[in-house]
Structure formats: structure tokens, C-alpha cells
Design a protein. Structure first.
Length: 83
């Protein structure tokens, strides 16, 4: 949105893009290591235990930079928007 020469960014959109990028990397890393990404991500979200996520491709470090409640909120939002 442009308002008198100033570009306004939506924080939620930036957050969603960051989550998208991290989750794509996490998914790819889990698949490459032979894990079931759904099971591993659910385990991480439910328990908070980062060892559910492989350290391959720095996936574990990346996912820990996102608050789990924000991650869950984005996952639910995307699911509900898709139905």
C-alpha cells in the first residue's frame, strides 16, 4: 500500500513469508534425510522438542527462530483458507 510516497508493509505478510521460507527448507531437509515431514513437524509443534527437526540444512536452527504459536497459527490459517 502506498500512502503519500511511503510504502507500508503488512507485518503479518512478512511473517507469513518468513514462515513459508523456513517451512520449505525444513520440509526439504526432512525429506532428504528420509523422515516423514508431517509426523516430525507435528511432533515438534506439540512438544517443543527441537530434535524432531533434523539439523540438516540448518533446518532445526531456522524453525526455532519462529515462535511455535505463530507457526501453528499460520498453519491453521492456511488450512482454513484452503477449505
Amino acid at each position: 500500500m502506498i500512502d503519500q510516497g511511503t510504502i507500508m508493509f503488512e507485518v503479518d505478510n512478512e511473517k507469513a513469508q518468513k514462515i513459508d521460507s523456513v517451512m520449505r527448507n525444513v520440509h526439504k531437509a526432512l525429506v532428504e534425510k528420509g523422515y516423514n515431514p508431517i509426523n516430525q513437524i507435528v511432533g515438534y509443534v506439540m512438544s517443543g522438542d527441537p530434535t524432531y527437526i533434523t539439523s540438516h540444512r540448518e533446518a532445526r536452527n531456522a524453525i526455532q527462530k519462529i515462535e511455535r504459536d505463530e507457526l501453528l497459527e499460520e498453519l491453521v490459517r492456511r488450512y482454513l483458507n484452503s477449505i
